[in-house]
Design a protein around this ligand. Structure first.
Ligand code: CAA
Length: 290
């Protein structure tokens, strides 16, 4: 049976973006957060993003309104009992994810497919909190999900062919482009992207060039839409620091160790756009200060 009803757990930057993508494609969406105030801020983010979509002519105002009407917030996972697919996008902490899925496993029927939007954690370790490791996979969206077309379908050792095919169909119907990869650290994109970010921080530490010039070099020399420091600030210093730690734990190779500066920025709470300061400074709307 094709996926129609989607549950999203975690309504932050990624969760709200994923919920919006699903709603824009016509899926019925329930999103769960631990507190009403996070539901309100996620809905506000969706409103702002839908306004941009309408302004750029990609959707009519009526269709955007209808999409907004397909997303409902809740603070209770008990409401997920009728979901065909549940996408988890909570904090990148293994115990937190396992706890969410253990509860979902009790609430949802055996047919519900579970996926995690983790960017670094091992899928089989999350899946083992449930009794459905064959109907469990990674489904990795990119930030901002409304704009970034790619979705990595991460196949754990236990994921069934039917689950992969159901997810491929879902991603395509959601208007995105799937790729399938094995349950290995960083999947495809982060395995290639994280070394660039870490090397950029090391280059800065070694005085090779300034933040501005490293970003400028990568944008103009490699045609990347953002430089590595802009991208770290955009995705979050905390996320990048955690991802590097996970890679280092797995590979035990110093090339994956988070550079000292990244750790210190994380500890100082200079997390990028979301805290108003990372490698650059930002105003309240998230715009870089000149
Ligand atoms: N919602 C809706 N539309 C949005 C949007 C949002 N949140 N953000 C951007 N857009 C749209 C704009 O409306 C605009 O649309 P039109 O061209 O149709 O008018 C278009 O996207 C371009 O936006 P802007 O002109 O505002 O700005 P830009 O050209 O600088 O693009 C960007 C912004 C899309 C973020 C671009 O800089 C970019 O692609 N950056 C790289 C992002 C990236 O690499 N993401 C992956 C991060 S890694 C990750 O997510 C995984 C992980 O595990 C950490």
């Amino acid at each position: 049976m094709a996926i129609q009803k989607v549950g999203v757990v975690g309504f932050g930057q990624m969760g709200s973006g994923i919920a919006q993508v699903c709603a824009m494609a016509g899926f019925d969406v329930i999103a769960r957060e631990i507190d009403q105030k996070f539901i309100d801020s996620g809905m506000k983010r969706i409103d702002g993003s839908l306004a941009r979509v309408v302004k750029s002519g990609r959707m009519s105002e009526d269709d955007a309104k209808a999409a907004r009407g397909r997303v409902r917030g809740t603070t209770s996972l008990a409401e997920f009992a009728d979901r065909d697919l549940v996408i988890e996008a909570v904090i990148e902490v293994m115990d937190a994810k396992r706890e969410v899925f253990a509860e979902l496993d009790r609430v949802c029927p055996p047919s519900t497919i579970f996926v995690s939007n983790t960017s670094s954690l091992t899928i089989i370790e999350i899946a083992s909190a449930t009794k459905r490791p064959d109907r469990f996979a990674g489904l990795h969206f990119f930030n901002p999900p409304v704009v970034m077309q790619l979705v990595e379908i991460v196949r754990a050792l236990t994921t069934s062919d039917a689950t992969v095919e159901a997810l491929r169909d879902f991603v395509t119907r959601a208007g995105h482009q799937p790729v399938v990869c094995k349950d290995t650290p960083g999947f495809i994109v982060n395995r290639l992207m994280v070394p660039i970010m870490l090397e950029a921080v090391r280059a800065l530490e070694q005085g090779v060039a300034t933040v501005d010039d490293i970003d400028k070099a990568v944008k103009l020399g490699l045609r990347h839409p953002m430089g590595p420091f802009e991208l770290i600030d955009y995705t979050g210093v905390d996320i990048n620091y955690h991802v590097a730690n996970v890679f280092f734990e797995e590979f035990k190779d110093p090339k994956w160790a988070p550079p000292a500066l990244l750790k210190r920025m994380y500890l100082a709470g200079r997390l990028g756009v979301k805290t108003g300061r990372g490698f650059y400074e930002y105003d309240e709307s998230g715009k870089k200060k000149s």
